[in-house]
Design a protein around this ligand. Structure first.
Ligand code: ZN
Length: 224
C-alpha cells in the first residue's frame, strides 16, 4: 500500500512538473513584442573612462558602444522596449567609476527594467585567450539563465565556448533585476582584437546577444 502511495505521489509530481514546463515554455516566439518588458543595455565605460586600451591605442569604450547600439537596434526591431545607459561617448556622472556604476544600476532600477546587459571587452596577460565570456550576478538563478541563453548564442556565432561565470561586479550587485556582464572578447589577443574592431564582427555579436535576450524573455514568459 505504501509503495502504491509513493508511486501515485511520484506520478502526481511528474504531471505537475510537465504542466509547469508547458506553461513555462509558452507559445513560440512572437515577431512583435509589446507590454511592460524593458531591456536596459549598458555600454561599459565612456567619457573620461576609456576602459581597456589596445596596443595600437584603441579604446574599449568605443567597441562596447558600437555593439550596445547593435543590440538595442536588433531588439527594437523585434518590438522590445530598450534603453541604453549611454548612447554616445559620455559617462552618466562624468566621475569616478564607483558612482558611475551605481548610477547605471539606479537608472535600470528606476525604469523597472526586466533585465540588464552590460557590455565590455576583456584583456588578459598571455595574449592568447579568445572569445566572449558572460558573467552573471552571483546567486541569481534568473541572471544565470540569462547568461546561459546569451552564451549559447555567442558560442554559435563565434565558435568559442566559455562557461558563464558568477561575479560580484558592482553594477550587477546593485541592479534589482537579472543582470549580466558580457565580455565580448580579448583586446589583448591579436585574433580577437582584429575581430572586435571589425564592424561585421560587432554586428554578429550584437545579433547573437539580441537573440539570446529574446530567448530568455520568451522562456520567462515576458510577453504581452
Ligand atoms: Zn570594461
Amino acid at each position: 500500500m505504501a509503495r502504491q502511495h509513493e508511486w501515485l505521489s511520484a506520478l502526481a509530481a511528474a504531471l505537475l512538473f510537465a504542466a509547469w514546463v508547458a506553461v513555462a515554455r509558452g507559445p513560440t516566439v512572437p515577431t512583435v513584442w509589446q507590454g511592460s518588458t524593458l531591456v536596459v543595455v549598458d555600454a561599459g565605460h565612456g567619457g573620461v573612462d576609456p576602459g581597456a586600451l589596445t596596443a595600437d591605442g584603441r579604446e574599449e569604450k568605443q567597441i562596447n558602444l558600437a555593439v550596445a547600439h547593435g543590440v538595442a537596434a536588433a531588439l527594437a526591431a523585434r518590438g522590445v522596449a530598450v534603453r541604453l545607459t549611454r548612447s554616445r561617448d559620455a559617462a552618466i556622472t562624468g566621475g569616478a567609476s564607483t558612482p558611475e556604476l551605481e548610477a547605471r544600476a539606479q537608472y535600470a532600477n528606476h525604469l523597472g527594467a526586466t533585465l540588464l546587459v552590460s557590455i565590455h571587452s576583456n584583456t588578459e596577460p598571455t595574449g592568447t585567450v579568445v572569445g566572449p565570456i558572460v558573467y552573471y550576478r552571483a546567486g541569481s538563478i534568473l541572471a544565470q539563465l540569462l547568461a546561459n541563453d546569451l552564451e549559447a548564442e555567442l558560442a554559435a556565432a563565434t565558435g568559442d565556448v566559455h562557461r558563464p561565470r558568477p561575479a560580484h561586479h558592482l553594477l550587477l550587485m546593485k541592479a534589482n533585476m537579472p543582470a549580466v556582464t558580457v565580455e565580448l572578447g580579448f583586446l589583448s589577443t591579436p585574433q580577437d582584437l582584429r575581430r572586435l574592431t571589425s564592424r561585421a564582427w560587432q554586428a554578429r555579436l550584437a545579433r547573437a546577444l539580441a537573440t539570446g535576450v529574446l530567448r530568455y524573455l520568451h522562456r520567462q514568459g515576458h510577453r504581452p
